[in-house]
Design a binder for this molecule. Structure first.
Ligand code: ZN
Length: 361
C-alpha cells in the first residue's frame, strides 16, 4: 500500500455526459465538424492508464454520491440551480451558458461531479483518508454564482469549500487552481469572502480573456492571481508555486487544501500554450502534498478541471494520483516525448516577480 491513504473518486456515469462538440458548435458543416474538447475519453483513457499502471492497488476507491439541490445552492443562486437542472433533465443538447452545454447523461454526471468531491472532503475531514483525487466531469471552475460558462455548469470546487465550512465548521479553506485557464467562477464566488483563499495560476489572457489580472485581489487580499506567459513549463510552474502559492497558503493557515487540477497546461494541450510535462505534474502534486502537510495535517482534495490533450491528460492524472499517494512515479521522463525547457526563462521569472510584488508585499 501507499504511504498515504489516498482516495480516488471515479464514476462511469460521468462518461455519459456528452455535450455537443465542434468549434463553433453547430457553426460548421458536418464534414468539417471536430469532436468536442471536453469529451468522455478524458475519463475513459485516464481510467485505462490507472488500471494499466497498477496504481489502483494502492489507492482506496470511494463511491461518489449525488449532490443535493441544497448543496448546489451553497455556491449558486437558486435561479441558476433551477435553470441548469431543468435544462439537464431534458437530456437534450442545449446551451446552458457561454461555451457551456448540456446533453444526454449530463443530469446525473453533473450531480456526481459536484457530489463526488463532497464524499472525498468528508472522508478526508473525518480522517478515514489522508487525501483524495476526484476524477469526474463536467468541470466546474468557470461557473459563476449565477452563470454557466466554459464547459462548467456548476462550480464543484466552490461547493466543496462551502460544504466543508457549513457542514464541518471549517473557518478557512484554500483553493489552489493550476488549470491553464483562470478560475474566474471560483474567484467571483469568493472574491469578497476572506474565509476562502483562491489562488489561480493561469496563462495570461487566455480564457476568459478579461479576468485573472494581478489587480483583482478581493477585499482582504484573499484572491491571488498569477498570470504566466505562454510557454511556461515545469520550471516556471515550480517557481510560481514556491514563490507565491506556498507563501500565500502558509500565511492564510487553511484547515483544508482544495486543488483545482486542470491538466490543460500540458505541453500538448489543444486549448493552452503551456509546456508542463508528466513529471512536471508530479512535481506540482508533490508540492501540494508537502504544503498540505505543513499547513493542514495533509488534508487535501484534488478535483479534475480541464485538460484536453488525450496524450497528456491520462498520464498527468496518473502522475498526480501517484504524487498524492507518495508512490514511485511510473514515468520519470515525459512519455509523450516532450522536452520541457529546463531553465526558467526571463519572462517567467518576471511574471512571478510581478505577482509576488502584487500579492506578497
Ligand atoms: Zn482549463
Amino acid at each position: 500500500m501507499a504511504e498515504r491513504r489516498t482516495g480516488l473518486v471515479y464514476d462511469e456515469r460521468c462518461v455519459a455526459h456528452e455535450p455537443p462538440g465542434g468549434i463553433p458548435p453547430g457553426g460548421l458543416p458536418d464534414w468539417a465538424a471536430v469532436p468536442p474538447f471536453e469529451r468522455p475519453e478524458r475519463l475513459t483513457l485516464t481510467r485505462r492508464a490507472l488500471e494499466g499502471s497498477g496504481v489502483l492497488g494502492s489507492v482506496i476507491e470511494l463511491p461518489p454520491r449525488f449532490a443535493t439541490e441544497a448543496e448546489l445552492r451553497l455556491a449558486h443562486t437558486e435561479a441558476h440551480v433551477r435553470r441548469v437542472l431543468d435544462l439537464a433533465a431534458t437530456g437534450e443538447r442545449v446551451e446552458v451558458g457561454a461555451d457551456a452545454w448540456s446533453g444526454p447523461g449530463t443530469h446525473e454526471a453533473l450531480l456526481l461531479a459536484a457530489g463526488g468531491p463532497l464524499a472525498a472532503v468528508e472522508a478526508v475531514l473525518d480522517g478515514s483518508l489522508d487525501n483524495a483525487f476526484a476524477l469526474l466531469r463536467p468541470p466546474g471552475h468557470h461557473a459563476e454564482r449565477d452563470a454557466a460558462m466554459g464547459y462548467c455548469l456548476v462550480n464543484n470546487i466552490a461547493i466543496a469549500a462551502r460544504w466543508a465550512q457549513r457542514e464541518r465548521g471549517l473557518a478557512r479553506v484554500a483553493i489552489v487552481d493550476w488549470d491553464v485557464h483562470h478560475g474566474n467562477g471560483t474567484e467571483e464566488i469568493f472574491l469578497d469572502d476572506p474565509s476562502v483563499l483562491t489562488v489561480s495560476l493561469h496563462q495570461d489572457g487566455l480564457y476568459p480573456a478579461h479576468t485573472g489580472g494581478l489587480a483583482t485581489r478581493g477585499a482582504e487580499g484573499t484572491n491571488v492571481n498569477v498570470p504566466l506567459p505562454a510557454g511556461t513549463g515545469d520550471a516556471g510552474y515550480a517557481h510560481a508555486f514556491d514563490r507565491i502559492v506556498a507563501p500565500a497558503v502558509r500565511a492564510f493557515r487553511p484547515e483544508l487544501l482544495l486543488i483545482a487540477a486542470g491538466q490543460d497546461a500540458s505541453a500538448t494541450d489543444p486549448l493552452g500554450r503551456m509546456s508542463i510535462t508528466v513529471p512536471g505534474f508530479r512535481a506540482l502534486a508533490d508540492r501540494a502534498v508537502a504544503l498540505a502537510d505543513e499547513v493542514c495535517g495533509g488534508r487535501a482534495v484534488a478535483l479534475l478541471e480541464g485538460g484536453y490533450s488525450l496524450l497528456h491528460l491520462p498520464l498527468a492524472n496518473l502522475a498526480i494520483l501517484e504524487g498524492l499517494a507518495e508512490l514511485p512515479a511510473t514515468f520519470a521522463h515525459d512519455p509523450v516525448g516532450v522536452d520541457a525547457p529546463v531553465a526558467l526563462r526571463d519572462v517567467e521569472w518576471a511574471a512571478v516577480a510581478a505577482a509576488e510584488q502584487a500579492h506578497l508585499p
